[in-house]
Design a protein around this ligand. Structure first.
Ligand SMILES: [Zn+2]
Length: 283
């Protein structure tokens, strides 16, 4: 699943590549179950008509959702789900399997939404409704929110309020947005904190280390253009893989030596999934 850094990479790609372009034609492709993705619009045609002729003015990200603001006072909201991809292609490039939406620009070229699992959710709504949409409201921390940067003092008080084990908390979308299995393990390893430490029992030194690790890992992941885990993993707007998977220190490396202390890494079960950690240097 694309996590916060991958969505941020896509947001920046869209800012560079599609802002200023005008939509000639929006096509929800028949016969691909694409109506599952644009299901909030009763009819294909309704979705298409809301987009046609509009110019892309601005790209925003709220949590894991991308907001493509148009000059017709509407916004296209895109949640990619587990396997959704947004791809910029030429008009002549062969349409890949599981392509559900094709947006054609007046100057040529396409923006395509590809999603094998069909769990993406795409809709167009009046821009003025955005602040009132329930799925776009969240009190959770967005560590990449430039408008409202997280301070370590605020982070510290939020951790103290929640008396929970760290791995569970880092994966909790109501606490912090879009970290997932990989980044939460990497952040805890970098901060040298065990997965089962209680958030309200961290020393201020622990919190500072955790805060630094959080910011550092997310920034490095964006710089590396995200993590592409497995053949079906994330692709950027150009269809290229990220490279952060080459910098992974603990995730799925159980039995291999820790990069910090050389002791073998282990895995433990947490909430129906696994966490990977160093039993020696994460305390
Ligand atoms: Zn270690």
């Amino acid at each position: 699943m694309p996590e916060l850094p991958e969505i941020e990479v896509l947001k920046r790609d869209l800012e560079k590549e599609v802002v200023g372009r005008r939509i000639k034609d929006a096509n929800v492709r028949p016969g691909t179950n694409a109506m599952k993705i644009v299901g909030r619009h009763g009819r294909r045609k309704e979705f298409q008509e809301l987009l046609e002729g509009a110019k892309i003015e601005h790209i925003r990200r709220i949590g894991r959702r991308l907001l493509i603001e148009l000059d017709n006072e509407r916004t296209m909201v895109v949640a990619l789900g587990d396997s959704g991809l947004l791809l910029k292609t030429s008009a002549t490039e062969e349409i890949a399997p599981n392509t559900h939406i094709v947006i054609e620009w007046t100057i040529g070229g396409h923006l395509r939404l590809v999603d094998p699992d069909k769990k993406a959710d795409v809709y167009v709504c009046p821009t003025e409704d955005i602040p009132t949409l329930k799925e776009l409201q969240s009190d959770a921390i967005d560590p990449l929110d430039a408008q409202n940067p997280l301070t370590w003092q605020h982070f510290s008080s939020l951790l103290e309020d929640r008396a929970e084990e760290m791995k569970k908390l880092m994966m909790d979308e109501n606490f912090i947005l879009g970290l997932g299995d990989i980044y939460s393990d990497e952040i805890l390893w970098t901060a040298a904190l065990r997965y089962d430490r209680k958030s309200n029992e961290l020393s201020s030194q622990d919190v500072r280390r955790l805060y630094r690790a959080l910011v550092e890992i997310l920034m490095e992941a964006i710089k590396a253009r995200g993590t592409t885990w497995g053949p079906e993993g994330f692709r950027d707007l150009h269809g290229d893989m990220g490279t952060f998977q080459h910098e992974i220190k603990v995730f799925e490396r159980d039995g291999e030596p820790c990069r910090r202390c050389r002791n073998p890494l282990e895995k433990a079960k947490v909430a129906g999934s696994f966490t990977y950690f160093c039993p020696q240097c994460q305390v």
